[in-house]
Design a protein around this ligand. Structure first.
Ligand SMILES: NC(=O)c1ccc[n+]([C@@H]2O[C@H](COP(=O)([O-])OP(=O)(O)OC[C@H]3O[C@@H](n4cnc5c(N)ncnc54)[C@H](O)[C@@H]3O)[C@@H](O)[C@H]2O)c1
Length: 251
């Protein structure tokens, strides 16, 4: 599928800030967030409001070919009411709104936390096809999202591509992020491949080509043609020491 007009949700967030420069020249972008982003140029018109509001959602998805869904609560220790609203209820609303508006595809941010228990148990690299094994309630909301996305892809004809993002930031800052880092240019490539692929449904780890790798992106390479080029190893000598995992440790 080729997506010309793309809605990016969570446009004011950290991941969007790293992604948008890589999408702006390829798509007509529409942006949405419940807060007006500050300190950055916006590469498209902005719909402001909570996606749990049906009117905001309807305006946001109207006429778009695809959605890159980044709106969510990214905090593994977030209170449940926030996780429930932004990661569960809003995700369900987003899929339903996209279906009703005849959107072709939703590319959404899942997380390595949906599979974090494997990392905590030392079963690495984690195979992307293993059953979900969240390390926390946050990870469980992402595992739920993946399951619900599968329902919409199989039963409602909406193409969905889930990206279990690793530590998505310009550079890793502590040792635990080395084995799950996703750098900006690889993030941009992965999302573009996800928007352009012929695959109807899939779930993939989003990590760079790290020398120490806890999450296997092999199916993303195979299915999507993802070819990451960044390697966290170049930061290994300078990052702060710390835990050797990115997801939540069992203590
Ligand atoms: N940052 C990472 O390293 C990382 C890693 C794995 C997964 N993720 C996932 O990627 C997504 C984006 O993460 P981020 O780090 O950019 O988070 P962020 O908090 O920086 O940005 C999220 C944005 O979504 C908006 N938002 C949240 N709930 C909303 C709602 N109900 N309606 C409208 N807007 C809403 C917020 O206002 C915010 O601007 C999240 O789903 C997160 O779980 C992030």
């Amino acid at each position: 599928m080729s997506a010309r007009t793309v809605l990016v949700t969570g446009a004011g967030g950290s991941v969007a800030g790293q992604l948008l420069p890589g999408l702006a020249h390829h798509y007509d972008l529409r942006l949405t967030d419940r807060e007006v982003p500050t300190g950055r140029a916006l590469p498209g018109p902005l719909v402001v409001g909570d996606l749990g509001d049906p009117e905001v959602l309807e305006e946001a998805v109207d006429g778009v070919h695809a959605v890159v869904h980044l709106a969510g609560d990214p905090r593994p220790d977030a209170p449940w009411d926030s996780l429930e609203h932004s990661n569960v209820d809003t995700f369900r609303s987003l899929l339903e709104g996209a279906r009703r508006a005849h959107v072709g595809r939703v590319v959404y941010a899942s997380s390595i936390h949906a599979m974090g228990q494997y990392e905590s148990d030392g079963q690495v690299p984690v195979n992307p096809l293993w059953p979900p094994a969240p390390c926390c309630a946050y990870g469980a909301t992402k595992a739920f999202d993946e399951a619900l996305a599968r329902v919409y892809s199989r039963r409602a004809g909406l193409s969905t591509i889930g990206l279990r993002l690793g530590a998505t930031r310009p550079e890793p800052v502590h040792a635990g992020q080395l084995a799950a880092w996703l750098g900006p240019s690889d993030l941009q490539q992965l999302v573009r491949r996800s928007l352009e692929t012929q695959v109807h449904f899939g779930v993939y780890f989003g990590v760079s080509a790290n020398t120490r790798q806890h999450f296997d992106a092999g199916n993303a390479r195979h299915d999507l043609g993802y070819a990451p080029i960044l390697d966290s190893e170049r930061y290994a000598a300078t990052v702060a020491p710390g835990e050797q995992t990115t997801t939540c440790l069992l203590r």
